[in-house]
Design a protein around this ligand. Structure first.
Ligand SMILES: Nc1ncnc2c1ncn2[C@@H]1O[C@H](COP(=O)(O)OP(=O)(O)OP(=O)(O)O)[C@@H](O)[C@H]1O
Ligand SMILES: [Mg+2]
Length: 331
């Protein structure tokens, strides 16, 4: 709608992760290099984490593009982590071109193992890529641990890349997954962009989308400062703000986006609402404290009741539970 007005050949701020838009910040570069190097050097098990919308899936798509240019790499790419263990193995097998339907877990593991080993003999690389890995259940993480056992004395035969939000780190830190954690050969973490990177990111996207490939100042310096302020450098949020800013500026037939448009959008998207996680926690804590206080009071009341000198006979015949229930619930 605004494309011809701003001389754009495509939408510069699409939300879908498109490798052709990659803006290689230092962190994105390092993370991509770690994933690629980990696979090419048969390091075995590599983990990439990052907050929501920092570019993890985009990096994976870049990586898969690289793999497709290498004849010696075959990969299975899983982004739906809410599968049962058998479905998970079936999905991997099918993605690698193996017959999978109707097979049980044992058969699937045998087939996968045979496939990976025969490829390794021919010096070919096989990769399992799991996006959204923070959703993986303990059962599936255990399957992955078993798959990491496919190795010779010198190298891992199946390369496994787990990519997900920071909860993935917490999962891998848990006691039950110590063995898996110890097998991680390389780890990287993506952070939001800094103010300078945010500026470069916006310019790069605009340049790639502009019809003649020239850069234009649709977003002046003060506007970019506002975008950084409201997005805190999270690329997905930057895209949302910029896309909506262009729509608004176009509706007003403005040649560039002013900082107040960014403020309006931030307001509409409620980006100024600060989430105080610790306060939420404090609330939970309060509930817990209230319950504990209530239980303690019940006990004290009970104790005081039992200490009372000889209760009247009628009251003694009432079962203790009924007497206690006169008080606050017993948690
Ligand atoms: N370095 C970058 N260069 C260009 N675009 C980027 C970059 N990093 C992120 N983006 C863009 O930001 C948006 C969000 O990226 P992406 O979907 O990869 O995030 P994510 O980390 O996978 O998020 P989630 O945790 O929600 O899955 C996409 O539009 C993506 O293209
Ligand atoms: Mg993603």
């Amino acid at each position: 709608m605004y494309k011809s007005f701003y001389n754009l050949k495509r939408n510069p701020f699409e939300i879908t992760p498109d490798p052709s838009f990659l803006f290689p910040t230092r962190r994105h570069n390092e993370a991509l290099a770690a994933l690629y190097y980990g696979v090419r050097r048969h390091k075995g098990f590599v983990v990439l984490t990052g907050e929501v919308g920092t570019g993890k899936t985009l990096l994976l798509r870049c990586l898969l593009q690289l793999f497709r240019q290498n004849d010696d790499v075959a990969y299975a790419y899983i982004f739906n982590s809410r599968l049962s263990p058998v479905e998970f193995l079936q999905y991997i097998a099918a993605d690698l071109g193996l017959p999978a339907s109707g097979k049980n877990k044992g058969e699937l593991l045998l087939d996968l193992g045979g496939f990976v080993i025969s490829r390794a003999r021919k010096k070919l690389t096989t990769v399992l890529v799991v996006d959204e890995a923070h959703h993986l259940s303990a059962d599936i993480l255990e399957e992955i641990r078993l798959l990491t056992n496919l190795e010779t004395a010198h190298e891992k035969l199946l390369q496994i890349l787990l990519v997900g939000q920071p909860e993935l780190d917490e999962k891998l830190d848990s006691v039950g997954l110590r063995q898996l954690k110890q097998r991680i050969a390389l780890r990287s973490h993506l952070e939001p962009l800094d103010p300078n990177e945010t500026k470069g990111y916006i310019e790069r996207r605009l340049q790639l989308a502009t019809a003649n490939g020239q850069s234009q100042t649709l977003f002046p310096v003060e506007t970019v400062a506002g975008i950084y302020h409201h997005s805190r450098g999270f690329p997905r949020l930057i895209n949302t703000i910029c896309e909506n800013a262009l729509i608004t500026a176009y509706a007003r037939q403005m040649r560039s986006v002013t900082p107040d448009i960014i403020d309006e959008i931030a307001e509409d998207f409620r980006l100024n609402v600060v989430h105080h996680a610790p306060v939420e926690k404090a609330k939970d804590q309060d509930v817990e404290d209230t319950d504990v206080r209530r239980a303690a009071k019940t006990l004290l009341d009970m104790y005081a009741y039992l200490q009372k000198p000889a209760a009247p006979e009628s009251e003694l015949r009432t079962p203790l539970a009924a007497r206690v229930s006169k008080h606050e619930p017993y948690i």
